[in-house]
Design a protein around this ligand. Structure first.
Ligand code: ATP
Length: 357
């Protein structure tokens, strides 16, 4: 029996609701498959802890998490805590401390889910966005001086290193190689950002030479937004900087129907530290506690985690169950249905138990 140690951090807002649903479904899969067990440790870190103790997580949090094979994360953010405090208090120290430099964001129109794009259905929009997750515009490099005075100044420096750019390019080209279309679009803004992004383009070209079986093209980030809307079929794998991919992937999630179906993985490809898997959406205060949060993003996130843990069969079974449940119209309100989180979760458990039996 294969054991995988999972650190579960549901944190804030709808995080606990969707993570509970995700764990229920993963448990049904593990039980059914028989080949593996998930040993789950729960951590109550998040904004409530911050408000009580001044810290989102304990000082030795990374040492604790290091023992896990993967981290299953909900969402962080509270109405009365500024976003940059919560982000830098919980998620980013984990991403940066564990060198999770590749952020993967698969996007697809699931059967039964309607894209806001006319005539775009399953098969027309099937993308993998690879986001640089360790440097670039979110490197946290900068400062503020003369606070509150008219001459106040703030800098926010984007950092691009050869090592950082080359490793994300290689990771993205590898992803493209493993997908049927073997095509990658390099997103850039080297017309206006003439240092970091010009180096980004040059390194992309160097790496492309090592992948003769992968076709590639280059798109400015502004033009990319139009292409995503007008020609979604022309896109397969995408690689973009931290900021560009952050924005493009929210657009991608909306085009696929809802933030509620969008998964992500913060991956450390060398596996020397655990990777972290989470739905893309945030705390969603407007629906917290109402029992209608869409758990599909978290289920799909679970499939990415299983893939990473070396359980491709269970990951595929999970994706099949998601497609069956969505196709059957068991959908939460954000994707046009009337089902609750619980309804969708129970339907998933039934689909998993019923598979091939
Ligand atoms: P944060 O600041 O915490 O990142 P955000 O401002 O990006 O949050 P989200 O919490 O991601 O916002 O939510 C944006 C909108 O999408 C909200 O109206 C929310 O209700 C909806 N939404 C997000 N996730 C889900 C979900 N899983 N199910 C249903 N609706 C969702």
């Amino acid at each position: 029996m294969r054991h995988h140690r999972i650190a579960s951090i549901p944190a804030d807002g709808i995080g606990p609701e969707v993570i509970a649903a995700g764990l229920e479904v993963l448990d049904a899969l593990a039980t059914r498959d028989g080949g593996f067990v998930l040993d789950v440790e729960h951590y109550d870190w998040g904004s409530e802890r911050y408000k009580k103790t001044g810290a989102f997580m304990p000082d030795d949090a990374l040492a604790t998490l290091k023992k896990a094979d993967a981290i299953f994360f909900g969402a962080v953010g509270a109405i009365d805590v500024p976003d940059h405090i919560s982000l830098w208090g919980l998620r980013l120290p984990i991403c940066q401390g564990f060198d999770q430099y590749a952020n993967i964001r698969p996007t697809r129109v699931l059967p039964g889910v309607v894209s806001p794009l006319r005539d775009v259905g399953p098969g027309d929009l099937d993308w993998l966005i690879v986001r640089e997750n360790s440097e670039g515009e979110y490197a946290g490099h900068g400062g503020r001086a003369h606070r509150g005075l008219p001459e106040e100044v703030a800098t926010e420096v984007a950092i691009f290193t050869r090592v950082g750019v080359e490793r994300i390019m290689r990771y993205a080209f590898n992803c493209a190689r493993n997908r049927p279309r073997k095509h990658i679009t390099i997103v850039t803004k080297s017309n206006a950002q003439k240092f970091g992004l010009v180096m980004w383009d040059e390194i992309a070209l160097e790496v492309a030479a090592d992948y003769p079986d992968v076709t590639w093209d280059k798109e400015l980030v502004d033009a990319m937004t139009m292409r995503m809307v007008r020609k979604p079929q022309s896109i397969d794998t995408v690689v973009a900087t931290n900021l560009h991919a952050d924005i493009l992937s929210d657009l991608a999630a909306a085009l696929a129907g809802s933030l509620g179906v969008a998964p992500t993985g913060n991956v450390n490809p060398s596996k020397n530290y655990p990777s972290m898997f989470e739905p893309i959406h945030g705390s969603a205060f407007d629906i917290t506690g109402k029992g209608i949060a869409n758990p599909v993003a978290t289920f799909w996130t679970g499939a990415l985690m299983l893939e990473h843990l070396g359980e491709p069969r269970a990951a595929a079974a999970l994706m099949t169950a998601i497609e069956q449940v969505c196709a059957a119209g068991i959908l939460t309100p954000d994707v046009g249905g009337t089902s609750t989180t619980k309804d969708v979760t129970l339907a998933m458990v039934d689909a998993i138990r019923g598979a091939n039996t």
